[in-house]
Structures are given as C-alpha cells and as structure tokens.
Design a protein around this ligand. Structure first.
Ligand SMILES: [Zn+2]
Length: 169
C-alpha cells in the first residue's frame, strides 16, 4: 500500500541554519524514541587521524563518531542520515552507546519542523591549539550555548597568561 512509502523515519534531511544539512522532525516525536542508528565504517583512531587531517580543515566537518578509546565510526563513506544530526548545546536528542553500537534517541518532545540535535561533546586528546579550536566553534544558537562543540572539561583555575602584544601579524 502507498502508505508504506511514507517516510519510515519521522524526520528528513534539509538545509540547516546551524551548519550544512540538518535533520528535522516531520511529525511530533515523543521522548525516548530510538530514531536511527549511527552507521558507518568502523575504524581505529589512528586510521581516522590518517584519513582526516585536522590542520588542513577550515572547520571540523568529518562524519566521525567516537565509540570508545579504540573505535571510531566513519559515516563519511557508508553512513546514513544519522550523520546529518547537528550539534546543539541544548539538544533534543542524545547518542546512546549500546555495546558499541550508537543510536540517536529523542530526549524531549519535539514538534514537527524542529531540528533534531544532540550534544557532540567531542573529546580532543591532548591540548588543542588555539587555531584548531576555531574548527569546533558552536553555532547552535541555544541560549545556553557554550560556544564549542567540544566536551567541556571541568573548569580549572585560570592561569591566565599576561597579555602580550604579539609582533606577528
Ligand atoms: Zn552551542
């Protein structure tokens, strides 16, 4: 029957004001709905680093999902719509790790037309140079936006460097 052709997912991918493509609810979504599995090629962190050279990217835009210390899912080649979920600091979904498989589930009531997001909380190993931080700027527009899609580490006492005027331009 024709009704079977109605979107099997309660969302669609289209342009987003947050960044690039986003995923939008097509109908009301209740909390705790499993929306989609984040699929892709499973690779190691080393392989991911070889594939994507952070230093030469203007903005962090790969479709990588960090599963654990060993594995990363690269949805860049064989991924599904899960890779289009944007980050928000005030998300309506979350990524759930179930035995190494990643699912995106709703955590709030979402009205039709609203963009579906989750908190990426990217962890970067080691200290991230200031110029690379720019790739992780957050543009989610949430009232409590923390300004970055990186995971916030517990605030340390700021040992602020004295402001020096750099001669480099
Ligand atoms: Zn934000």
């Amino acid at each position: 029957m024709a009704t079977e052709n109605i979107a099997k997912h309660p969302f669609e991918v289209r342009n987003s004001v947050i960044q690039g493509s986003g995923v939008f609810a097509l109908r009301r979504i209740r909390p705790e709905q499993r929306l989609i599995e984040y699929v892709g090629e499973r690779i190691t962190h080393d392989e991911a680093n070889e594939r994507y050279d952070d230093e030469n990217m203007e903005r962090h835009h790969t479709f990588l999902f960090e599963v654990d210390e060993e594995n990363v899912i690269d949805a860049g080649r064989v991924g599904n719509d899960a890779r289009y979920f944007n980050h928000s600091c005030d998300p309506n979904c979350e990524a759930v790790n179930e035995g190494g498989r990643i699912y995106i589930e709703s955590i709030k009531n979402v009205q039709p037309g609203v963009e579906l997001t989750y908190d990426y909380s990217y962890e970067h190993i080691g200290e991230l140079p200031e110029e690379l931080r720019l790739q992780y700027l957050c543009l989610c527009g949430a009232e409590k936006c923390r300004g970055t899609i990186l995971k916030v580490k517990k605030p340390r006492k700021s040992r602020r460097k004295s402001t020096k005027t750099s001669s480099a331009k």
